[in-house]
Design a binder for this molecule. Structure first.
Ligand SMILES: [Fe+2]
Ligand SMILES: [Fe+2]
Length: 486
């Protein structure tokens, strides 16, 4: 993974952080015009100049991530210093976020402004969009940004927090909106469409602006409160596919709402049925199969919901002769319902449930293509595959040589060709990522990897990763869900 000068750069970044911390302290103690503060300015400026020289000329900005109190530059841990811990305390904890970009285009006035914010507790440290390609690969172990060091110049911001956590916030807000919508419905009240519509708008924006940041959250293998995760995931997956057909925000918002609300009838069933880890009785199965109709009826009673959203709730299980509540011959579905249907099946296959294991994304696609009842809507399976790839961003894969890698994208013209970065482990056990490289898919029985493919990968079974995550889990720090298996 090493880029030119990366060792020097890491040291310089470390110095930069130290120096910044001292400057921050002096700024607060003495004010901006005190000689000691000015001395720190000069030191910081000198390091900044050295950094600028140590980096390729086009690079203007670096990404630094912080995880478990440790700073990472391009995945590689920076040396641990008390000063850095102080910076963590001052900057990161106040902002509640976990990463930042350090601009090399520093202007003193801008830095002073940021320091002023830190000093007065008004932090969010000048939030701005991260450079193209920055993403947070895994909350469990690795932070990184893609595509080497390329970033955009923004001389106005000195320190900024990468907005990947903001994508997590969008995801969580959608969960919250849906949860309260379901609660209102359970209590027999008209939940109104506003909160869900707002969540749908945010999801559309996230999918259109940062698909690689939001998608890994939608393909993680959750199980706790899975109905909520499921509905948000279906929404994001359907949106990802739909974004290849249209960029119209109004249309996409309807699709997002349809995904969020498609299973509202099932969410009301309660955990006894939804989370049962034994086969359902006949009576329970009948109840479950009522959920599209019940959901549609419930949505009909809510003022202001678009009919397409209601239709998707009613029709997302209408497939072939076995479909319910109507078989296909009696009921024709439209594109939004079909998108939700495909996303629904894909999500259900790749996520854990109390009664079943998750399967890998390529195997899920294999099943989608092999399922006769889905032959009629194969173009929507194609669309989903093109949008997210057979190995969605964040999937952990293994090469034929046994090395592990993370997927960071796919070749645009070929969803079966993931772009991967090898996971490299340093002698002292620190982990980082290698340079992006194209790989061939070794999961699918129908496609032989190209002879000339240098790297052939297969997705790692989520359970294998889950077990490893559980072994190393710090129970106090973990949320009540499976960690994503990437
Ligand atoms: Fe359903
Ligand atoms: Fe569903």
């Amino acid at each position: 993974m090493d880029s030119p000068n990366s060792t020097d750069v890491r040291d310089l970044i470390s110095d930069f952080l130290d120096c910044f911390t001292i400057l921050s302290q002096r700024f607060q103690l003495y004010g901006r015009d005190h000689p000691r503060t000015r001395e720190s300015w000069a030191a910081l400026d000198a390091i900044r100049s050295r950094l600028a020289r140590a980096l390729p000329s086009r690079v203007e900005k670096l990404a630094i991530a912080c995880h478990n109190g440790r700073f990472y530059f391009e995945n590689a841990p920076l040396r641990r210093e008390p000063q850095q811990a102080l910076l963590l305390k001052r900057c990161f904890e106040k902002s509640g976020l976990g990463g930042m970009l350090v601009s090399l285009g520093i202007e003193e006035a801008a830095l002073k402004q940021v320091l002023g914010q830190v000093a007065t507790g008004k932090t969010r440290l000048g939030i701005e969009s991260p450079p193209e390609g920055f993403r947070w690969m895994s909350s469990a172990e690795i932070h990184r940004y893609q595509d080497g060091h390329q970033g955009e110049l923004n001389v106005n911001a000195v320190l900024s927090v990468a907005d990947v956590p903001l994508q997590a916030q969008v995801y969580n807000e959608a969960m919250t909106a849906l949860s309260s919508f379901n609660k209102e419905c359970s209590a027999g009240r008209d939940a109104g469409p506003d909160a869900v519509a707002q969540a749908a708008r945010c999801l559309v924006e996230a999918v259109l602006s940062h698909p690689r940041e939001i998608l890994p959250q939608a393909t993680a293998h959750y199980y706790a409160e899975f109905m909520l995760y499921h509905s948000v995931n279906v929404s994001i997956l359907a949106l990802s596919a739909a974004s290849l057909l249209t960029r119209d925000p109004g249309q996409l918002e309807l699709i997002a709402q349809a995904g969020l609300l498609h299973d509202v009838g099932a969410a009301l069933l309660g955990e006894q049925i939804l989370c049962k880890d034994q086969p359902l009785t006949e009576e329970e199965t009948a109840l479950l199969m009522e959920h599209p109709e019940k959901g549609a009826r419930l949505l009909q009673s809510i003022s202001g919901l678009h009919p397409i959203v209601i239709t998707a709730a009613f029709g997302h299980h209408v497939k072939g002769a076995q479909g319910y509540p109507r078989a296909l011959s009696e009921y024709q579905t439209g594109p939004v319902t079909r998108l939700v249907e495909i996303a629904d099946i894909f999500e259900a296959l790749t996520a854990y449930r109390p009664y079943k294991r998750a399967i890998t994304a390529p195997l899920a696609f294999l099943q989608l293509y092999a399922e006769p009842s889905l032959a009629r809507i194969r173009q929507y399976v194609d669309l989903l595959a093109q949008a997210i790839g057979f190995h969605p961003v964040g999937t952990k894969v293994r090469t034929r040589e046994g090395e592990q890698a993370l997927v960071c994208g796919h070749v645009e013209a070929d969803p079966q060709r993931p772009i991967i970065r090898l996971i490299v482990v340093s002698p002292d056990g620190d982990r980082g990522l290698g340079c992006p490289q194209e790989a061939a898919c070794g999961d699918l029985s129908w496609s032989k990897p190209a002879e000339d493919a240098k790297v052939v990968v297969t997705a790692i079974d989520p359970l294998e990763d889950l077990k490893r995550a559980e072994e190393t889990r710090d129970s106090a720090a973990e949320p009540a869900r499976c960690e994503p298996a990437w």
